[in-house]
Ligand binder design. Structure first.
Ligand SMILES: *Cc1c(COP(=O)(O)O)cnc(C)c1O
Length: 362
């Protein structure tokens, strides 16, 4: 099978270098976008076609576009890091491509071939390579591939036309001036996903479902929400956009994939990185009671969250309806920081890449 060729029609008025540099000096997250984007269309009977790299800009949407009404939307998030030799590498893009296919199946959308997903990421990064921050920090170029229904109409059924888009945004270090532990609110009333639903798909709908609990967490003085399973309201699943790990000395445990939590690429990578560093790493069910009791008895030494945006975020404190506790001594723990450092070193090219996770952009 040949990969769909991407027609290159780049922006003829890219942002002047001085302005780009000013943005790269303090990019934040998701505030600035590069000069270009990639778009690919799918139509029933014709399949994927019209792959183009074009200037970044607004999409024209009919008010009756089906996405606006029935939310057939999926997305991905991955980072391009500047390597010590000046080249740029994506981190495990094939995992994102495969997850995108899984998300598409869950929402009755067409699957974009893995090669096309990666070729589209490559084309955008190659064109906007000057937007990739320099090597030496935690900054990166964040890629946001997504797909929406492109058909117009209010009939409820899977659309027969779709639009795939990739945009790119420079991202600064998640933690300015050092890693800071996050506070967690455990949501015992609201859930984000149900068995048989779409919790293991990366779709905006799951984020919409998480926002009310997120606002509740903010009122409780917490930065993030941890969700429990929807049936027993007992098993810890994940945060709204990050997976969780529990550290028991030299054994680390992440909640098993139940179908209602998202399989993070960071989560998966850490199972391997941890074993490479000599830790025992496993997937298991963890209950809210176990979390509380093992913290109290001192066996649960650290908890951290992980995802592409923050890599690893230590959990410093936890609050529930029935009480609150400090996680460990509230400061980032040594296992958390060791894993964070090692994963970042692989991503940024400061460590060898024994599993072939770096994908160099041509
Ligand atoms: C994207 C996401 C994650 C983290 O996945 P990574 O591939 O590690 O970035 C975790 N949970 C949810 C709900 C997500 O959407």
């Amino acid at each position: 099978m040949t990969t769909l060729a991407i027609e290159l029609k780049p922006n003829s008025h890219p942002l002047p270098a001085a302005e780009r540099e000013a943005r790269l000096a303090n990019p934040g997250f998701g505030r600035f976008f590069t000069d270009n984007m990639v778009t690919i269309r799918w139509t029933e009977g014709r399949g994927w076609h019209d792959a183009q790299l074009v200037p970044y800009g607004p999409l024209e949407l009919d008010p009756a576009n089906m996405t606006l009404h029935y939310a057939q939307e999926i997305f991905e998030g991955l980072k391009a890091y500047r390597q010590p030799d000046g080249t740029v590498a994506l981190f495990r893009p094939e995992r994102n491509a495969l997850r995108f296919q899984h998300s598409a199946r869950t929402l009755a959308m067409p699957e974009l071939p893995v090669e096309t997903f990666i070729a589209a990421c490559d084309a955008l990064v190659a064109q906007d390579i000057d937007w990739v921050p320099p090597h030496g920090g935690e900054s990166s170029l964040y890629l946001r591939p997504f797909m929406i229904a492109a058909e117009v109409g209010l009939g409820v059924r899977p659309a027969n036309e779709y639009l795939f888009v990739i945009i790119a945004s420079p991202a600064g270090a998640y933690f300015e001036g050092g890693v800071k532990p996050v506070s967690i609110w455990i949501s015992q009333d609201r859930v984000r996903a149900v068995p048989g639903g779409m919790g293991d798909a990366k779709t905006g709908g799951n984020y919409a479902a998480s926002l009310l609990a997120q606002a509740e967490a903010a009122r409780e003085g917490c930065a993030q929400v941890a969700y429990l399973d929807a049936v027993e309201r007992k098993w810890v699943e994940e945060l709204g956009g990050m997976n969780l790990y529990f550290v028991y000395g030299d054994r680390i445990v992440t909640p098993s994939l139940t179908g209602s939590l998202l399989e993070g690429v960071t989560r998966d990578s850490l199972l391997t990185v941890a074993r490479d560093l000599g830790y025992q790493a496993e997937e298991a069910r963890v209950s809210i009671d176990q979390w509380r009791e093992d913290t109290a008895n001192g066996t649960l030494t650290e908890v951290f969250a992980c995802g592409t945006a923050a890599v690893i975020t230590p959990v410093g404190s936890v609050k529930t309806k029935d009480g609150a506790w400090t996680q460990g001594d509230g400061a980032p723990g040594p296992v958390t920081m060791r894993l964070r450092e090692q994963l970042l070193a692989i991503q940024t090219g400061n460590a060898v890449d024994p599993h072939g996770w770096r994908h160099t952009v041509a």
